[in-house]
Design a protein around this ligand. Sequence first.
Ligand SMILES: Nc1ncnc2c1ncn2[C@@H]1O[C@H](COP(=O)(O)OP(=O)(O)OP(=O)(O)O)[C@@H](O)[C@H]1O
Ligand SMILES: [Mg+2]
Length: 465
Amino acid sequence: MSLRWKIFSLYLIILIVSLVSTGFYLYNYIEKSYLDNVKVNNLMQANMISNFVSRFVGASSYLIEPTIIEYAKQINSRVLFTDTNGKVLVDSAASKEMEGKIIKSYSDIREALKGKGSTSIHDINGVGWAMYAAVPVTVKNNVVGAILISSSIDEVMSLLNSIKYRMIYTFAGIGLIVSILSLLVASFITKPLKRLTDAVNILSQGKLDYKVDVRSNDEIGKLAGAFNKMSLNLMKLDEERKRFVSDASHELKTPLASVKALVGSLIDSRNTDVHFYKEILRDVDSELDRMTRLVNDLLELARMDKIKSVRLKKCEISEIILDVIESLTPLAKTKEINLAFQGKSNVFAEVEADRFYRMVYNIVENGIKYTYNGGNVIVGLKEDENNIYITIADNGMGISEETLPKIFDRFTRGDTARSKKSGGFGLGLAIAKEIIDIHEGKVTVESKVGEGTVFKISIPKKRRN
Ligand SMILES: Nc1ncnc2c1ncn2[C@@H]1O[C@H](COP(=O)(O)OP(=O)(O)OP(=O)(O)O)[C@@H](O)[C@H]1O
Ligand SMILES: [Mg+2]
């Protein structure tokens, strides 16, 4: 069953239960109050007749019959007077048909002869609705007979009947209107859900940037908002992935083409000079090195994408930095760059040593690569209670304002001429950023073209969780 019908049936059940029970309660209440009123009235009149009759029992018993007949006329009812055996002594009706009959079978008479007032309602064939009210006739605390009044309650019954039908029609009307409304409400509630389902289907067919147009401010609206955000992110991820694959293939294509050309020239050459061959093979070798480096970088990035848990170990950070500096000093020397460490020693943090080394290496290497001959690359290290802070500052070429925000993206290189010359792939900082991320650290860059660049990295000493 669809959600719409579920909501609708739930509404309907609640509605029917509440309407029927209110209807029953109301009707019973009205009926009881009307009939109680009539009952009290009839019992009162029966008592009044019984009082008179009891006074006449004995000496003036000849007065009983005319009094009863007179009274019956006044209250527009039939009045019977019985003796203690239930035998009718007086019948106020002109036919007197009940006189002499024993009516002890009437429950009200039996009750009255036991000394209690009693009433009952009867649907008399051909006559209509009547209420019987019977009371005892007592003389000196002895029951000497009973008075039974039978009065028509047709009017009351037909009034109650009309009330009943009116209530049924009104409630049925209300029920109909509310069910139509609830059907509308159910459709209204479920419509955006249907749109969302359609959207998910469209998305799963590959249209990653599909958006749903649900603007409400409720839970469904929020769900739609989350969906739209998700589809936007999926699209971005997809674009990133596509760009990554195309950049990576492009990067591989260049050295492959060089190798192909170099090998081709060897095959075609008639030159038999060994030096010539060696020269070309050296070029092939360096292209192969470049490809290996690229493939290794790509593998490293792919591995870090999958990382869920890092194997952290408490390490002395300045030692790692000094290792980096040691291995990059030859490169710095070729450019007469002053590469130095100016920071605290004995600073410990939980890191994955190999990757941490790689991160510092990539950034310091950039510092050297993108600084003019004779410049400075200074690495600093500080700590506080929770974090360590590394700064890598150079006074080199700097990074242009438009490149700066993209610096950590894969395959981002600054000025192409410059990067071609220095031979980078634009992956060094992407890898460094991933490494900082898996350590739950932060990195910022400040740079000015022609003045230099500062990378500031903070890494928590311990995992927070
Ligand atoms: N210290 C720096 N000074 C000036 N420019 C920098 C500096 N560090 C990075 N850049 C710029 O940022 C770009 C991206 O750096 P990244 O390390 O990711 O790639 P790369 O050095 O070009 O290549 P790779 O590191 O993969 O060999 C560089 O091409 C360079 O233009
Ligand atoms: Mg680099």
